[in-house]
Design a protein around this ligand. Structure first.
Ligand SMILES: C[S@@+](CC[C@H](N)C(=O)[O-])C[C@H]1O[C@@H](n2cnc3c(N)ncnc32)[C@H](O)[C@@H]1O
Length: 242
């Protein structure tokens, strides 16, 4: 891998390694059972053809890559820095009989091992909270997208409506660490980590700042939609021609 491993990279690796095998079984807990629906909406924003190749960054165990290949028939290259998540992802890709169309490989979003303008579409899910410089990472994602490529992302968010916000806060502060602890030590750590991570990212990177960075990175027609009372947000746009 070309880029130097940062403390943040290392922390993310340590967070995901212990939960890789059970990630898909329990991940929907973290989104109140909503994230399969969010991923389907994300994929619907990437207008790809069967002849296209899409890059899915922070692919984890391949949920988005599998949905993309199934839904549009395109080829997908998934990239993630966690070997444990990739191992589980490859097992799932084989189980889904998609090994000819979905390839998962190791790498970091900050320094993608691909030529400029290589991909017809790019997706990334739950990524920007794990990088030191989200604006630079967005520029790197834009670099590998061909002109007019569709790009879409999914991230957790803090609901803005007061009642939903209070329920979200109670769930992420108390419910999630407790529920995670019942599953395993790894899930307890994820349960403790997630609420503060989402809150601090939103404080520093409110949606408007993130979409501005998309535009600065070279994406056009940038749009966003919050989902499930604001617990998730999908952003999408088109790579500009220069
Ligand atoms: C919450 S998981 C999401 C996995 C998948 N996208 C999904 O929707 O289920 C976040 C993933 O981001 C990966 N990740 C974190 N930092 C990364 C980085 N700098 N480059 C590539 N992958 C990264 C982690 O290894 C983990 O698999």
């Amino acid at each position: 891998m070309a880029s130097v491993q940062t403390d943040r990279n290392r922390a993310a690796q340590e967070l995901f390694a212990p939960i890789a095998e059970t990630y898909d079984r329990y991940a929907s807990l973290l989104s109140f059972g909503q994230d399969p629906r969010w991923r389907r909406f994300l994929v619907s924003r990437v207008d790809t053809e069967p002849t296209d190749t899409v890059l899915d960054v922070a692919c984890g165990t391949g949920a988005v890559a599998i949905e993309l290949a199934r839904r549009t028939g395109c080829k997908v290259i998934g990239i993630d820095q966690s070997r444990a998540m990739l191992d589980e992802g490859r097992r799932r890709v084989t189980e889904a009989s998609l090994a000819e169309r979905v390839t998962l490989q190791e790498g970091r979003a900050e320094s993608l091992p691909f030529d400029d303008a290589r991909f017809d579409g790019v997706t990334f899910t739950y990524l920007l909270r794990y990088v030191d410089d989200p604006a630079a990472t967005l520029r790197e994602l834009a670099r590998v997208a061909r002109p007019r490529a569709r790009v879409a992302s999914l991230e957790f968010a803090v609901p803005r409506q007061p009642v939903a916000r209070a329920a979200w806060r109670a769930y992420t502060t108390a419910g999630l660490p407790l529920a995670g602890g019942l599953v395993s030590r790894g899930w307890r750590d994820v349960g403790r980590f997630l609420g503060p991570s989402i809150r601090s990212f939103e404080r520093e990177w409110p949606l408007e700042r993130v979409t501005d960075c998309w535009a600065e990175a070279g994406f056009e027609n940038v749009q966003s939609q919050t989902l499930s009372l604001g617990g998730g947000v999908v952003i999408w746009g088109t790579r500009g021609s220069h």
